[in-house]
Design a binder for this molecule. Structure first.
Ligand SMILES: N[C@@H](CCC(=O)N[C@@H](CS)C(=O)NCC(=O)O)C(=O)O
Length: 211
C-alpha cells in the first residue's frame, strides 16, 4: 500500500536527518514539512498540542498517525518495509543497543555541543567543555567498534547506522578533530557511498539560515 509520509523537519536537525536519510536510501516517497525551530515553533503550544507533545522533530505523519522519536520511527519503517531491518533476534538486540547508545551518548552530546557553539553562539563555557569530553568518549568507543565492524549492528547497514549517521556530516566546527577517529571516518564514508545518500543540507529545508 502506498504510504503518505510527511516528515516534520529542518535542515540543521540531525535527528530528523536520520529519518530523511532512510527515505533517501530506500527511495520511499516522502515530503518535508519545514519546522521553524530557530523561531521557537517546537516550543509553541500549538506545536505541542497538534504535532508533538514532546516538542521535538522529527515527527512522521503517516497514514493519519503522528509518529515521534527517530529510533522508534526507524524501527517502525524498517519493520514494515524490511529495508535496513534486523533479520534475527540477535541483530534486533544489536540494533536496539546501538540506537540507544546513539540517542544517549553519540548523537545527544554532539548535537547539544553543536547547538551551543554554532547556533546559540555561547562561546567556550564549562558546558561546552563538559559536552566535548562526552563526545570524545563516545567517538572513541565508536571508533574502536568500527575498527573491526563495517557497520554498527550487522554485516550490512541497518537502521542503527542511519541513527548514528544523524550528525556526522554537518560541517560546523565544534572542536573535535576527526583525524583522531579514523575508523569512524571510514564508516562515515561507507554510509555516504550508499546509493541515494544525500547530505542533510540537501535533503531537508531551511539551509542556510537567514542572516
Ligand atoms: N531522541 C529524539 C531527539 C529529538 C530532538 O532532540 N530534536 C530536536 C532537534 S534535533 C528538537 O526538536 N528540539 C526541540 C527543542 O528543544 O525545542 C529523537 O531521536 O527523535
Amino acid at each position: 500500500m502506498a504510504q503518505d509520509n510527511v516528515l516534520y523537519c529542518f535542515a540543521q536537525s540531525g535527528n530528523a536527518y536520520k529519518v530523511a536519510l532512510y527515505f533517501a536510501l530506500t527511495g520511499e516517497a516522502w515530503t518535508p514539512q519545514f519546522v521553524d525551530f530557530f523561531n521557537g515553533e517546537t516550543r509553541s503550544k500549538a506545536y505541542r498540542d497538534t504535532v508533538n507533545a514532546m516538542g521535538e522533530v522529527p515527527v512522521l505523519k503517516r497514514n493519519g498517525g503522528m509518529f515521534t522519536q527517530s529510533g522508534a520511527i526507524l524501527s517502525m519503517l524498517a519493520e514494515e518495509s524490511g529495508h535496513f531491518a534486523p533479520e534475527t533476534a540477535q541483530e534486533r538486540y544489536e540494533v536496539n543497543r546501538w540506537i540507544l547508545f546513539d540517542n544517549h551518548k553519540f548523537t545527544s552530546n554532539y548535537a547539544t555541543l553543536r547547538f551551543l557553539l554554532s547556533f546559540a553562539k555561547t562561546g567556550e563555557t564549562g558546558a561546552t567543555e563538559f559536552l566535548r569530553g562526552r563526545v570524545k568518549a563516545a567517538f572513541k568507543l565508536a571508533n574502536e567498534h568500527f575498527a573491526s565492524h563495517e557497520f554498527a549492528a550487522a554485516d550490512r547497514p541497518t537502521i542503527a547506522d542511519l541513527s548514528m549517521a544523524g550528525y556526522v556530516y554537518y560541517p560546523e566546527e565544534v572542536g573535535i578533530n576527526w583525524d583522531d577517529y579514523p575508523h569512524l571516518q571510514t564508516w562515515k564514508a561507507r554510509i555516504a557511498a550508499l546509493p541515494g545518500w544525500q547530505h542533510p543540507y540537501d535533503l531537508m529545508p531551511g539551509h542556510p539560515l537567514p542572516v
